[in-house]
Structure formats: structure tokens, C-alpha cells
Write a protein that binds this ligand. Structure first.
Ligand code: NAP
Length: 314
């Protein structure tokens, strides 16, 4: 039989937004329940050095920061569930949500903090070599590419940070970007251009990943020049795709207002969605800032708004 949990606040997601919402809701005595999702800790658990989260004089590690946030949330009274929400109904308040393990939540408010996921190139040969040379997580997989030549695809902060990080393992890192300027922060660009192990190939996109079948292993990458369509093949046994993210909102499709890129829409200066009592915080609603600290700030806002809603309506 399903376990039924009645609560004031259900938080979905365990990145900086979710944990901060949990800390504030718990300290407001709302006894929140937080369902972590597949990757507890979210995107920061697949990053390494964090030097822009305020409060730390020394460089800290992303996974460690998320462990601290979880510990803090639980310590102040959050009920943590390592589980996945499989269905949610916003039709009537209290709302209903079900998890993979069979819990049924009946909740007066919901804070959506499901974050975003890495984007793939979606070319045919990419799937074939995923896990056999192709990865979207340098922190997770960089170690496997010791003394190898690898490429990183993308031109944002992630691509540049991953390129720099991967120099710890690889013999050579080639950044492949589809334009002739990077959108990464200037300070990161400077580090990239100065690095003796990193080359940049401008104005190129990946056409094909080529390798052996037995064993399945990436060996070469066919690139196409976007200006004149000429093609060239470079040798690389690893490829890291760092081309941005998509919000994790499939669970809420047709149930809540989203924009054309599937980010949840909230009211200006607020985390309130089009449904009263439902709030969205962090990367699931933010495609501009996407920082741990802004996500945490939005988590705080969501908890304060939920608290106000509960006080006024219950
Ligand atoms: P991003 O800033 O959106 O950059 C994505 C990059 O991938 C862009 O350069 C884009 O090219 C390229 N791209 C997108 N689709 C592509 C495709 N199909 N084929 C080839 N290239 C493609 O994503 P991000 O680097 O993941 O960063 C996301 C956000 O997180 C940003 O706001 C960033 O500042 C932030 N972030 C911050 C830090 C930090 O502060 N330490 C670290 C990581 C990320 P175009 O430039 O041509 O569009």
C-alpha cells in the first residue's frame, strides 16, 4: 500500500535552490519534505572547484558544498527523501504528488527546484560513443583520459572550465567552437588562451564521431567549417560536450506555464508560478544567471513566499 504523507511544503529537487528553500521552510517550522531526484545535489556535484560561492576564503569543491547544504537542511528539520517524483497534480489544492517508491504526498504548497540538465549535440554517432569516449561531465570522467588527446565542444563558461580542468589529465585539449568568439567570462578566456596544453578550433562543428566497434572506442572526430563547409578529421579519444543545459521540466509539461524553451515562468521579482501555492526556483526558471548563489537566493524567496501563502490561506 502507498505511504501517504501530508505536508505544508513539498520541495522537488536538491540543488542549491531546493536545499535553501528547505532550510528556510524548516526554520519557519513548516516541516518541509524534500524529494532529491536522480542526482542528489544537482549540477554542483559534477563540478570541481567553486570559487564564486560567497563565504569561503579558500576554493571549495562542489560535491562538498552540496553535502553541507543537505546536512544543514536536515539539521534544521527537513525530511529528506532520496526518491523521484513520478507524477504531480496541481488541479486542486492540496496538491498531489507521487514518487517512484510509492509515496503519495498531499501538500498545501510545492517548490519546484528541479534544475537543468546537460545538452547533447544529438548527432547520430554521439549516442554510439556515449560512455565510450563521449561525456558531458569532465569531473566525472576526466580521469579516464589520462595522457590522451581530447576535445571539448562549446564556448561558454562550462566549456572553458572543463577544458582547463581536463588539462590535469589529458596530454592535449582542443576546444571546438562554432563561432569565432567565446561567451565565457574574460578571466576564464585568458586562462584558456595562456594554457600550453589547449588549442582552439574556431568556426567548426562536429559532424561525426568515428571509432572502433570492438572494443567500442572513440578515435577520431570529423569537424565541419561553418563558413565554407570544408571538413577535417582530428585524432581524439575523448570528447566532452559542454553546450549548455535544458530545464528539467518534463514532469510539469502542460500542467504549469512555461516559456518556449520549457523554463517555468514566474511572476516578476517573485518565484510564484501561474498556480497559487506553486513556486519555482533556480535553473528550472532561470536561464540568465544560472549560478549556485542565485539559485540559492531564489530558493530562499520561494520558501518565504510559500510561508506567506500558507499563513494567508490556511
Ligand atoms: P552557455 O553559456 O549557454 O554556453 C553554451 C555554449 O555552447 C555556447 O558557446 C554555444 O555557442 C555552444 N553551443 C550550444 N549549442 C551548440 C551546438 N548544438 N553545437 C555547438 N555548440 C553549441 O552554457 P554553459 O557554458 O553551460 O553555461 C551555462 C550558464 O552557467 C552560464 O550562464 C554560465 O555563465 C554559467 N556557468 C558559470 C560558471 C561559473 O561561474 N564558474 C561555470 C559554468 C557555467 P554560441 O556561443 O554560439 O551560442
Amino acid at each position: 500500500m502507498a505511504k501517504i504523507i501530508e505536508t505544508d511544503v513539498l520541495i522537488i529537487g536538491s540543488g542549491p535552490a531546493g536545499y535553501t528553500a528547505a532550510i528556510y521552510a524548516a526554520r519557519a517550522n513548516l516541516k518541509p519534505h524534500l524529494v532529491s531526484g536522480l542526482e542528489p545535489g544537482g549540477q554542483l556535484t559534477i563540478t570541481t572547484d567553486v570559487e564564486n560561492y560567497p563565504g569561503f576564503g579558500e576554493v571549495i569543491q562542489g560535491p562538498w558544498l552540496m553535502e553541507q547544504m543537505k546536512e544543514q537542511a536536515v539539521k534544521v528539520g527537513t525530511e529528506f527523501h532520496h526518491d523521484i517524483i513520478s507524477n504531480v497534480e496541481f488541479n486542486n489544492n492540496p496538491f498531489h504528488a507521487e514518487t517512484d517508491s510509492g509515496i503519495k504526498f498531499i501538500t498545501k504548497s510545492i517548490i519546484i527546484a528541479t534544475g537543468a540538465q546537460a545538452r547533447w549535440l544529438n548527432i547520430e554517432t554521439e549516442n554510439k560513443f556515449k560512455g565510450f569516449g563521449i561525456s558531458a561531465c569532465a569531473t566525472c570522467d576526466g580521469f579516464f583520459f589520462k595522457d590522451q588527446d581530447i576535445i571539448v565542444v562549446g564556448g561558454g563558461n562550462s566549456a572553458v572550465e572543463e577544458s582547463l580542468y581536463l588539462t590535469n589529465f589529458a596530454s592535449k585539449v582542443t576546444l571546438v567552437h562554432r563561432r569565432n568568439t567565446l561567451r565565457a567570462e574574460k578571466i576564464l578566456q585568458e586562462r584558456l588562451f595562456k594554457h600550453p596544453k589547449i588549442d582552439v578550433i574556431w568556426d567548426h562543428v562536429v559532424e561525426e564521431f568515428i571509432g572502433s566497434n570492438e572494443p567500442l572506442a572513440l578515435e577520431e572526430i570529423k569537424l565541419r567549417n561553418v563558413n565554407n563547409n570544408s571538413e577535417k578529421i582530428i585524432k581524439a579519444t575523448g570528447a566532452f560536450i559542454a553546450i549548455g543545459h535544458d530545464p528539467a521540466t518534463s514532469l510539469f509539461k502542460n500542467k504549469i506555464k512555461m516559456d518556449d524553451e520549457n523554463y517555468i515562468i514566474t511572476k516578476p521579482d517573485s518565484t510564484e508560478t501561474n498556480i497559487k501555492g506553486v513556486y519555482a526556483a533556480g535553473d528550472v526558471k532561470d536561464k540568465v544567471f544560472r549560478q549556485a548563489v542565485t539559485a540559492a537566493g531564489m530558493g530562499c524567496m520561494a520558501a518565504l513566499e510559500a510561508e506567506k501563502y500558507l499563513a494567508e490561506n490556511y
